[in-house]
Write a protein that binds this ligand. Structure first.
Ligand code: GDP
Ligand code: GDP
Length: 433
């Protein structure tokens, strides 16, 4: 069982927290007390929106002291911890009253905590009252979500936003996942040495577990025991059946390679070192990269090169495949087996970075620090961020306005460095808030 994501509701007494909790739950589960500050028994409730389950933590009972006045220094450690451990904080204020000194105290507390926060302007019961929310911008949490917890207005939009920042759903821990086998495809132009490498990889000391029929009649995936656990090698056609090398197979090998890459977690891109990087190799590399598959470049037939040629070749390869960023380039001889063992640690790193999943909290700390070090131009700002998906890591940034591409690349770099994501492609999506 994995823990559900949590949403903590904070705010001074009487702003309508428990009313909001009830609204979210859609039934009278929490107890609404007219008298503020009455300690409530239940603080954690299971909620659901659009199929996403989460735990709501109402910090109401903790925040108020017995008389229902001032939060002062008594803001309990409990509510602080609840906020710290939450994935999202809903900071509720009373739009009818505006931002009070107590609201400022709560704001200070929330700001100290690196949890994505939504400002919720409650008691906006009618359109006419919508203007009062602008006063709340002074709290420094961006545009508030105007809602009426009592009448159920605006809460759907708020919930939509909440579920987008919840951490990605844990993949069901079913059988399939428990022994999920990573897929690797060996791609490259004809004659670069793919089948020789394949045979080497499944060779002597590494036992082939079994062949598994692929989706098409002639494609066969082979599972191999490696020091990284079992790896499924995805046939990129021609591994077994030697195709005639001509114009047509060049084309079809590209098509097949891309199809295999779609099913893969990592691609081994084999290049013939005696030929160097051709335009076709570049095209293939681009396509594989664009498919979101981390690439390990293998310079094969390395043993055929003289010392002189090796230096030049390496330099040329780095230049021509520069766009692949940090993809490792490994020099091997599939024929003699030289350096083929270097593939495993490279594969391990590629798989690890590919399936990295970073807690929302940490993503936001990195984004915040990056923005502090170098703010976006023209008042642009990422309000919060979340990793929406893995394989490859995909981040969603919620921003107050369009951000220039150069700035997005800067943020991407910050994330990549902070989380050691190596050569995996990273996707960044921006949503306006
Ligand atoms: P809490 O102390 O923050 O949990 O606040 P409650 O949920 O107990 O609400 C305090 C008071 O505000 C109650 O009398 C609620 O009925 C009222 N209230 C809550 N939400 C709204 C709303 O959207 N509009 C109006 N007009 N009153 C509300
Ligand atoms: P594929 O079409 O990419 O599967 O390439 P093959 O594995 O069939 O290899 C094409 C030719 O290159 C064969 O004659 C192999 O023996 C040869 N070859 C493959 N790897 C190496 C290597 O590391 N060194 C040398 N010298 N020849 C190799």
């Amino acid at each position: 069982m994995t823990a559900l994501p949590t949403v903590a509701i904070v705010g001074r007494p009487n702003v309508g927290k428990s009313t909001l909790v009830n609204r979210i739950l859609g039934r009278q589960e929490a107890i609404v007390e007219e008298r503020p500050g009455v300690t409530r028994d239940r603080k954690e409730l299971s909620a659901e929106w659009q199929g996403r389950e989460f735990t709501l933590i109402d910090t109401g009972g903790w925040m108020a002291d017995q008389d229902g006045d001032a939060l002062d220094a008594k803001v309990s450690r409990q509510s602080e911890r609840a906020m710290q451990e939450a994935d999202v904080v809903l900071f509720v204020v009373d739009a009818k009253v505006g931002a009070t000194a107590d609201d400022q105290l709560v704001a200070d507390l929330v700001r100290r905590i690196d949890t994505p926060t939504f400002l919720v302007a409650n008691k906006v019961d009618s359109e006419q009252q919508a203007h009062v929310i602008w006063d709340l911008l002074t709290l420094g949490f961006g545009d508030p979500f105007p809602v009426s917890a009592l009448h159920g207005v605006g809460t759907a939009d708020m919930l939509d936003a909440i579920v987008t920042v919840l951490p990605p759903e844990e993949i069901e821990e079913d059988e399939d996942d428990a022994d999920r086998i990573f897929g690797v495809s060996i791609v490259g132009r004809p004659n670069v040495g793919k089948s020789t490498l394949f045979n080497r990889l499944i060779g002597d000391e590494r036992a082939v577990v079994h062949d598994r029929p692929g989706t098409t009649r002639d494609a066969i995936d082979t599972i191999v025991e490696t020091e990284n656990g079992p790896i499924r090698f995805i046939d990129t056609a021609g591994m077994r059946r030697k195709a005639k090398v001509d114009e047509e197979t060049e084309y079809y090998s590209l098509v097949r390679a891309l199809r295999a890459v779609d099913k893969s977690d990592v691609a081994f891109l084999v290049i013939d070192a005696t030929v160097g990087v051709t335009a076709q190799d570049q095209r293939l590399a681009e396509r594989v990269d664009a498919a979101g598959c981390p690439i390990v470049v293998l310079l094969n037939k390395w043993e055929l090169l003289s010392a002189e040629e090796r230096k030049d070749t390496m330099r040329a390869v780095e230049r021509k495949l520069h766009f692949l960023g940090e993809s490792p380039i490994i020099r091997i001889s599939a024929l003699t087996g030289k350096s083929v063992n270097k593939l495993w640690p490279a594969l391990h790193d590629a798989l690890a970075s590919y399936s990295t999943r970073i807690p929302t909290r940490k993503v936001n700390v990195v984004i915040r620090n990056a923005q502090a070090a170098q703010p976006a131009p023209a008042g642009g700002r990422v309000l919060y961020a979340t990793q929406g998906a893995t394989d490859p890591p995909t981040f969603t940034l919620f921003a107050n306005k369009e951000l220039p591409r150069t700035y997005l690349r800067y943020l991407e770099r910050s994330l990549r460095e902070a989380f050691d994501m190596g050569n995996t492609p990273i996707k960044i999506r921006v949503r306006r808030r």
